[in-house]
Design a protein around this ligand. Structure first.
Ligand code: FAD
Length: 278
């Protein structure tokens, strides 16, 4: 199938892009196109116009500071994954990105686009939520910071307004002495996960985030829960559903097994992480 007709804009300044979006409530932002173009081709999305961000200067940045990692709207998954500085500051970002799609898709798809797309089967929304990160958005009305906890409203639904552009995402650095881990099960490498788990162990605090298990990224507090009981404790706070990819029973079993394994590995990496890594 071919997309329904749409106008195409390729602005060269942010102001022009924001004004174009403000003038047409049915226009959509185009970043890497790896999720939007398939939706257009299947006619599941029929925007009146596309506002292509790829001509805008200064959005392809990856900035690493003591506070964490700021990824610009045009930084590709592959560039973020390749950054040794990112891996040092917040290893969970790199661990999870290694599971995002295939290399060709990572070369074009953007990490910020993945967050705005708000797919609960995607890795990065869960990572942002678990780490307590945020997204910086702009519109003709001004700029605002949206905390991860307020970003994901439902399946493929973020709290970004139709006329807003997400300029960057911020992933807080891993605190000294903390540990992280990520693992997922997919039918083939590069497929969306049937179930994925990210874990953050920081001092006594232990939390885990789940991919493909609920409609929005969900984080469960497992502080104080002993090994062997973590999978069941996580499951008690989740309600995995069945779909064409996996039954609810199988997905629940993946939650049990992966939670135990990933939390254990985050706790071990906490001990293994040397002070120079932080
Ligand atoms: P686009 O496709 O350009 O846009 C996606 C949506 O976000 C659109 O609604 C667009 O309007 C909006 N948008 C994008 N950027 C902005 C912005 N800066 N401001 C405002 N709105 C914006 N992803 C995974 O996480 N895990 C996977 O395993 C995975 N597997 C994949 C397998 C295949 C075969 C394909 C085709 C894709 C897969 N993806 C997967 C999706 C991929 O990660 C996309 O790159 C990502 O979801 C969207 O990024 P994008 O830059 O391509 O966004």
């Amino acid at each position: 199938m071919k997309p329904a007709p749409f106008a195409y804009h390729r602005p060269t300044t942010l102001d022009e892009a924001l004004a174009t979006l403000a003038a047409d409530p049915h226009a959509k932002v185009l970043a890497g196109g790896q999720s939007l173009v398939p939706l257009l081709s299947m006619r599941l999305a029929r925007p009146s116009a596309l506002v292509d961000l790829n001509g805008l200067p200064g959005l392809d940045t990856i900035e690493v500071s003591e506070a964490g990692v700021r990824v610009g709207a045009l930084a590709r998954h592959a560039e973020v994954l390749a950054s040794a500085e990112v891996r040092r500051s917040q290893p969970l970002v790199s661990l999870a990105l290694g599971h995002v799609a295939h290399a060709t898709i990572r070369n074009r798809g953007t990490t910020v686009g993945s967050l705005v797309h708000a797919d609960a089967a995607a890795e990065m929304p869960v990572v942002l939520t678990l780490l307590g990160g945020s997204v910086e958005a702009a519109s003709v009305r001004g700029r605002r910071t949206i905390a991860a906890a307020d970003l994901f409203l439902g399946p493929l639904e973020s709290s970004l307004a139709p006329d807003e552009i997400a300029l960057s995402a911020f992933f807080p650095a891993l605190p000294a002495g903390a540990g992280v881990a990520f693992e997922e099960i997919a039918r083939r490498h590069g497929d969306y996960a049937l179930c994925g788990v990210a874990a953050l162990a920081d001092g006594e605090s232990v939390r885990a985030g789940f991919v493909s298990v609920s409609d929005v990224p969900t984080v469960v507090d497992l502080t104080g829960v002993p090994a062997g009981e973590r999978g069941e404790a996580a499951l008690a706070q989740l309600d995995p559903q069945g779909d064409i990819h996996a039954t609810a029973t199988y997905r629940s079993e993946l939650v049990r097994v992966l939670t135990e394994r990933v939390v254990q590995s985050a706790m071990e990496s906490r001990q293994a992480r040397s002070p120079e890594d932080s």
